[in-house]
Design a protein around this ligand. Structure first.
Ligand code: URA
Length: 221
């Protein structure tokens, strides 16, 4: 799904902050994230989303992670629990993570939007802009080596491109220090299981770059 552009916004996000020094400790990174999370909890930039949410969904995982997973927006389960990727698509994401010989606790996981769009509709461009400051702050605090964009909204927003997700796969982009790879969203895989083999190719391609050979691992289902 690509961000809808119907609502034109005049909102300009502040310039992204500089990344924390690479010597910053986990505790220092967490302290920056906690301040940002408090700001997100009180955010009302998107009146519709702020009015409908149960919880904001900031992010979870290791504040000093070398890998950051970026999704689209919370769904109903995430809104209920205040954690990213805890519903059905989150279960599939966990399967993929484990097939990549990783644990969820090795990563930091967050979304483009920190609030659930009603009915899980595609985020509006204005909503993505409103939330950009929070994502930029997370990226600066964590300063990962790798960012994996799950789906069109994550990829197009992070990379500021209109290219379709199919064209963004199987190559590395740069975002600051991080190498960025893009693949299909787990929700898309649930609707379209044959695409799982494409994601598995993307995972093998990405992990090989990290020096991890997944060729002997059974494909994630
Ligand atoms: N889909 C997303 O993109 N993010 C979540 O946190 C859950 C579902």
């Amino acid at each position: 799904m690509s961000p809808r552009s119907a609502a034109v916004s005049t909102f300009t996000p502040p310039a992204p902050p500089a990344a924390l020094p690479q010597t910053a400790t986990r505790e220092e990174r967490l302290a920056v994230l906690n301040v940002l999370n408090d700001k997100v909890r009180g955010c009302s930039r998107c009146a519709e989303l702020a009015g409908a949410r149960t919880n904001t969904v900031f992010g979870s995982g290791d504040p000093a992670a070398k890998i950051l997973f970026l999704g689209e927006a919370p769904g109903a389960d995430e809104d209920e629990q205040g954690e990213p990727f805890v519903g059905k698509s989150g279960q599939l994401l966990t399967t993929i993570i484990e097939a990549c010989l990783l644990k969820r606790s090795d990563l930091y996981i967050c979304n483009i939007l920190k609030c659930r769009p009603p009915g899980n509709r595609t985020p509006l461009e204005s909503e993505c802009l409103h939330c950009r400051e929070y994502l930029d702050g997370q990226l600066a605090a964590i300063d990962p080596d790798y960012i994996v964009c799950w789906g069109t909204t994550a990829a197009q927003n992070l990379l500021q491109t209109k290219q379709p997700i199919g064209k963004l796969r199987r190559q590395f982009f740069r975002h600051g220090r991080a190498k960025v790879i893009c693949t299909y969203h787990p929700s898309y895989l649930m609707r379209n299981p044959p695409a799982k083999k494409d994601v598995w190719e993307d995972m093998k391609f990405w992990r090989a770059e990290m020096g991890v050979d997944l060729s002997g691992v059974k494909k994630a289902n």
